[in-house]
Write a new protein. Structure first.
Length: 276
């Protein structure tokens, strides 16, 4: 993994924040994000041109910043190319299938970037900790998933797996903010509240997940997400560094002349009330 994880050597407080790093200003963040967005558009054009297949997995504890990072990644590219997959709980039919089966149908075809907001690693995390999967099921999953991912890579898929690492204090602050902010309350589920009390169980699950699934062909990339702005920028930069792309030659676009004499008659259309 890009930040090599060694089981038993992670402090429970998560990655230490460098005191020399002052909070990033919104202007600095916006300027850097704009540069990365320009490059992501170039990557998008190359993915379509060259027929690349890219799969990006985001995992992490509740409140780690997965949603915000995915939003930063996708807000300036086409949803027809960058497709976000966030599956609900499995149906009874899906529960009877091979565990990864419901995820496989979403794997990228040529010219696509598929982003999993949580993934098949639910079995190694929330399902294990919250009792939805027994020890035998988890063990089989951890042993089998590297083989599945090898098959993905050998089929031509560029697979990137990110773990967003957040400290206990920062997670508490973010979850508390969800309770108090009416715009964010939808992000907080009863399962999140139950999971919050099981920090150590999730730590053990994370360590085992890294131990068994951090492979040469599909390593884990760990992101310090205590600072949301830096986490987003670092993740986008990492993606651009690990998915090969080139500029796609295209002719310079110039708008032609058009007829502007005819406009929509105001008396036959109803406009939205201008409150602001």
């Amino acid at each position: 993994m890009s930040k090599k994880h060694k089981s038993g050597h992670h402090a429970e407080s998560g990655p230490a924040k460098d005191p020399a790093n002052e909070p990033m200003s919104s202007k600095h963040y916006d300027d850097e994000l704009k540069k990365l967005h320009v490059e992501l558009v170039k990557l998008q054009q190359w993915v379509q041109h060259a027929g690349l297949k890219v799969c990006i997995v985001f995992e992490g504890r509740d409140g780690a910043g997965k949603g915000g990072t995915i939003k930063a990644l996708t807000e300036r590219v086409s949803p027809r190319v960058f497709k976000v997959v966030a599956l609900p709980a499995p149906t009874e039919r899906e529960k009877s299938q091979m565990y990864v089966q419901r995820y496989i149908q979403h794997f990228p075809a040529a010219g696509e970037v598929v982003i999993f907001d949580r993934s098949w690693y639910n079995r190694a995390g929330v399902e294990r900790v919250m009792g939805f999967a027994n020890d035998e099921q988890v063990k089989k999953f951890l042993n089998a998933v590297p083989l599945v991912e090898r098959a993905m890579v050998e089929s031509g898929i560029i697979l990137l797996k990110f773990w967003l690492e957040v400290s206990p204090d920062e997670q508490t602050r973010r979850l508390s903010d969800r309770i108090e902010d009416g715009r964010k309350i939808w992000k907080l589920s009863p399962m999140d509240i139950q999971s919050y009390t099981r920090w150590c169980d999730y730590t053990k699950a994370r360590d085992d997940m890294f131990k068994y699934t951090d492979s040469a062909w599909a390593p884990w990339h760990v992101v310090n997400s205590n600072d949301k702005k830096r986490a987003r920028l670092n993740t986008l930069r990492h993606i651009l560094d690990h998915v090969p792309y080139q500029d796609v030659p295209h002719e310079k676009v110039k708008l032609p002349k058009r007829d502007t004499d005819r406009q929509a008659p105001a008396d036959t259309v109803k406009f939205v009330k201008e409150v602001y």
